[in-house]
Design a protein around this ligand. Structure first.
Ligand SMILES: [Zn+2]
Length: 405
């Protein structure tokens, strides 16, 4: 399996210039390779292959001497990207019955990465990243790499530089004995709620940063079009966007790590199905994107660790009780109160419990290779048994209340 490790780079002023220059030349090469393909196709009605283009590049290098200042694999990778763009184009042509956008030219700002596909990169004795034709760049290796490094990409994001290593690794053996199952509900009132009773909220600093983002957005729209102030405001906004997105990722990485480290199986609602059911509004789709990212972090961390990750049917998770009774609620109704078994708890918490139940049912019915030991589920202990519920340490008391107490 492949995994990407991303680290911040701290190039010197000179190295930045060389990196920017390399990006520009690669961008020009990309666009001219597209033009070559287009011309060739219009003339011969046949596509120009990667091999042919590599031959042209080799010839060009003997004339355009500065191309030698870029590592040969980095240049070849540009042609590989053109090839990929073309393959995707032909695939779209087929799928859409001849209607597909032609691969686009890239402008300088958009062409923001280069890749060393096999060699030409390494880490030196001082912990710096060595890049052929560029130099030794200061690097912050904040976590160790496990596995074999396959490729090395350098990426510019607004004004910061990063290195991404694509690494091949062996995932852990599957844990087939399941001692603990977690259900996750992604909700509206908090970021997510877990079936162990934990509501997870976006951290304060993230919420503050998001508010700042809205302010910056307003400031931008108040500036005159084409003015230098507007430009400044735009740059400031895109920096803030990047920062918030990084903070969000950081938060979601930490939470997903904690979850995968604590459970043998994790179930979450299948958001793709959920989206088809629910109506669309902008803020909703943004938060959905956040959940999608969060669940994808759990999914790949689970795969790495040999943990079972399941998507369960999201239908009516908020309208059902753990006892199976239907408990209808409006979108505003935050409390679950079951007339059948007497369970009163927060809406999202009960949803998480229902998700957990569905995950357990899925293991029982569809995944015979797993052995289920988990006993914390409601139907294992008899959902009406209040005393038994209280004795389960994983269920937090503040999340549960029962009639008659
Ligand atoms: Zn009930």
């Amino acid at each position: 399996m492949l995994k990407t490790y991303k680290y911040r780079l701290y190039p010197t002023r000179k190295q930045k210039e060389k990196l920017d220059w390399t990006l520009n030349i690669c961008c020009i090469l990309y666009n001219s390779a597209l033009v070559d393909r287009k011309n060739h196709y219009e003339r011969d009605k046949r596509s120009l292959s990667y091999g042919k283009q590599a031959g042209i590049l080799k010839h060009d290098k003997s004339i355009i001497l500065y191309l030698k200042d870029i590592h040969s694999q980095v240049l070849q990778d540009v042609l590989i990207r053109v090839e990929k763009a073309y393959k995707a184009f032909y695939r779209r042509l087929k799928e859409k019955n001849g209607k597909a956008g032609y691969p686009r030219f890239k402008n300088m700002g958009r062409y923001n990465s280069i890749t060393y596909t096999q060699s030409g990169f390494g880490i030196d004795a001082h912990g710096k990243l060595t890049l052929s034709k560029i130099g030794h760049i200061k690097l912050k290796l904040h976590r160790n790499i496990n596995g074999i490094i396959k490729t090395c990409s350098i990426k510019k994001e607004i004004d910061k530089w990063y290195v991404c290593f694509s690494v091949e690794y062996e995932p852990a053996a599957k844990k087939t004995v399941i001692n603990s199952v977690l259900g996750i509900d992604v909700g509206l009132s908090s970021f997510a709620t877990l079936s162990d009773g934990d509501p997870i909220d976006n951290p304060k600093h993230l919420r503050k940063a998001e508010l700042r983002l809205i302010k910056k957005q307003k400031r931008l729209s108040s500036k005159k079009r084409g003015s230098s102030n507007r430009n400044k405001a735009r740059l400031s906004l895109s920096r803030a966007h990047k920062k918030v997105s990084n903070q969000r990722k950081d938060f979601q990485h930490k939470v997903s790590r904690r979850i995968v480290d604590s459970y043998d199986a994790v179930g979450a609602e299948d958001l793709q199905i959920k989206n088809m059911v629910k109506n669309h509004c902008l803020s909703k789709s943004i938060s959905d994107a956040g959940w999608g990212q969060f669940l994808s972090y759990i999914e790949y961390k689970a795969e790495e660790a040999g943990i079972l990750y399941m998507r369960v049917n999201p239908r009516n998770t908020s309208q059902e009780c753990t006892c199976g009774a239907s408990v209808p609620k409006t979108l505003e109704g935050r409390t679950h109160s079951c007339p059948s078994c007497g369970l009163i708890a927060s809406r999202d918490y009960v949803s998480a419990l229902v998700v957990k139940q569905r995950a357990i049912n899925k293991i029982r019915q569809e995944l015979p290779e797993y052995t289920l030991v988990e006993t914390g589920s409601m139907d294992d202990i008899g959902y009406g048994d209040i005393a038994a519920l209280k004795s389960i340490p994983s269920l937090k008391q503040e999340a549960l209340q029962f009639i008659g107490e």
